[in-house]
Ligand binder design. Structure first.
Ligand SMILES: Nc1ncnc2c1ncn2[C@@H]1O[C@H](COP(=O)(O)OP(=O)(O)OP(=O)(O)O)[C@@H](O)[C@H]1O
Ligand SMILES: [Mg+2]
Length: 502
């Protein structure tokens, strides 16, 4: 690609406000054919909004878009598709009951293939996957596919629509490590074919691995665009948060904070084939990390402790007493909280205000003490908004209008507000920006210091290593290893334990 050929996409002088809230201010952004351009910034910085303008979901108030040097008008998603812009949605756009092939060629408008029969669709999809060098069976019904293959199907769908520019908004947030590897390899091949890729991510290691350039937005302003060979991670973090970030990933020895009482004791807990004879103890003030591959049983374990999954055998004791937890209600009554992995779907009422979402469990809990006054709800919400730096124009705004990461903070704030004695968190920092990540990890330590017990699932090992006092490595639904934090010398050591090689 010669340096003077026009950019695949150029956005210039983009302004966008929602009501009185300016969200993008004079933003310039370009991506070249065959380039991976990372887009980074804090939760609410404007990344998704900028990309939704490019996709035709939102209209900009001011600015211009050029595709291959030609000015284009993008007033809806059809215009965007016609201009060769494809989106791999975070909230997938596939129809679960149809086959992969049907989904790939499903569209309201004629594609370059025109209207095609099922058998033709199968054939063409198979060709497309072969070209992508990935192994997906076009005949399978989408709802039975693993998440990683949904994403590949989305990518295939965009390519079938002849996309020359692919937008990926936090594509690895829902992927296991080996699935992410497969995606990275595919991105390399797409690059080689001259596809331009815009890659939104909060993960620095990923950005360095796959991106050529990075643009950082802060509060709707572009503060950095640089080739990744010319910029250090510290410089990027500084651009993102506007100051030098604290070293939140340093492990702090908390052994003096852990009390002798066993708060939670699990014996031989099984739940069908997914959980097989788990035994563990958690003491007061202790932070237990759960490590393991996707499908190792981490989520199933916390879901069983929270009453979502039914145990088929074994016992759960809390404070020495055997409990029958058959629903989340039982768990909540015993002051056990779970911040679920799929927060947006399970944790929020998108059409309701931030205030209500933040105080929902409180409302349920406190209703027996009479009504909670509106002013108390507002006061409590404002405290939580401040504590979690939730970016909301005002406390009564619809939670669905917050950025992805800010929606997650609302869920976390909501559960912490219930004052649990055992707090379980499933990937609490996925999709959360760097500054907030350290706030959440500090908060986890603080909660444990106050005498609560924490069970934390995280696929980000540096994070797990920084807060955990003990780490249980799960494999095939059983505890494969139990490691004291001080016996884990390096991240590689833990990685090997997880792969089952150590
Ligand atoms: N439909 C909408 N109505 C009102 N405000 C909105 C709407 N969509 C986004 N916003 C606001 O625009 C700002 C930028 O949001 P955006 O989703 O672009 O952030 P982001 O950089 O993608 O963040 P994240 O990393 O959390 O996904 C936020 O303050 C958000 O509340
Ligand atoms: Mg976003």
């Amino acid at each position: 690609m010669s340096s003077n050929s026009p950019a695949a996409v150029e956005m210039s002088g983009v302004h966008k406000a929602f009501g009185a809230n300016p969200v993008l201010k004079n933003v310039d952004f370009t991506v070249n054919a065959g380039e991976v351009h990372a887009l980074a910034g804090e939760n609410g910085a404007g990344k998704s909004t900028l990309m939704k303008i490019l996709q035709g979901v939102y209209q900009m108030d001011q600015g211009q878009i050029f595709v291959n040097g030609n000015p284009v008008e993008i007033s809806d998603t059809f215009d965007a598709k016609a201009a060769g812009i494809g989106m791999v949605f975070q909230e997938f756009s596939l129809i679960p009951t149809l086959t992969v092939a049907q989904n790939v060629f499903l569209t309201n408008e004629p594609t370059k293939f025109g209207l095609i029969s099922d058998s033709k669709a199968r054939e063409l999809a198979a060709e497309l996957f072969k070209e992508m060098e990935v192994d997906v069976d076009p005949q399978r019904i989408v709802e039975y596919l693993p998440t990683a293959l949904w994403q590949l199907t989305e990518i295939a769908k965009a390519l079938a629509q002849n996309a020359k520019v692919l937008i990926m908004d936090e594509p690895t947030a829902s992927l296991a490590k080996h699935e992410a590897e497969a995606l990275f390899a595919l991105i390399q091949r797409l690059k080689a074919k001259g596809i331009a890729i815009i890659y939104i991510s909060h993960r620095m290691d990923e950005i360095y691995r796959i991106a050529d350039r990075i643009t950082v937005l802060r509060d709707g302003v572009r503060v950095l665009t640089e080739s990744l060979t010319e910029v250090t991670p510290a410089q990027i973090v500084e651009a993102i948060v506007g100051r030098q970030a604290a070293a939140h990933l340093v492990h702090q020895d908390r052994s003096d904070k852990i009390r002798p009482e066993v708060v939670l004791e699990v014996e031989n807990l099984s739940a069908g084939p997914k959980l097989r004879g788990i035994s563990m103890q958690v003491r007061r003030g202790e932070i237990i990390g759960l490590a393991g591959l996707m499908g190792s049983g981490r989520t199933e374990l916390v879901n069983t402790l929270f009453g979502i999954l039914k145990p088929t055998s074994g016992t759960i004791k809390v404070n020495g007493k055997v409990l029958a937890i058959s629903s989340p209600k039982d768990a909540i009554n015993n002051r056990i909280a779970l911040i679920p992995e799929d927060r947006r779907a399970q944790g929020l009422v998108l059409d309701h205000p931030v205030t209500e979402n933040l105080t929902l469990p409180l409302l349920e809990n406190l209703s027996r003490f009479g009504l909670l006054s509106n002013s108390r709800i507002l006061r409590r919400s404002k405290e939580l908004i401040k504590q979690f730096s939730i970016k909301a124009a005002f406390p009564g705004i619809r939670v669905g209008s917050l950025s992805g990461g800010n929606q997650q903070k609302v869920v976390i704030g909501k559960w912490l507000g219930t004052d649990p004695q055992i707090l379980m968190m499933d990937e609490p920092t996925a999709g959360v920006d760097i500054g907030t990540k350290s706030e959440i990890l500090d908060l986890v330590r603080q909660i444990a210091d106050e005498g609560k017990s924490v069970i934390l699932i995280s696929s980000e090992l540096p994070e797990l290593l920084s807060v955990s006092d003990r780490i249980l490595v799960l494999k095939d639904g059983a505890v494969a290893k139990e490691l004291d934090r001080k016996d884990i010398p390096t991240e590689e050591f833990l990685q090997l334990a997880i792969q089952g090689a150590a």
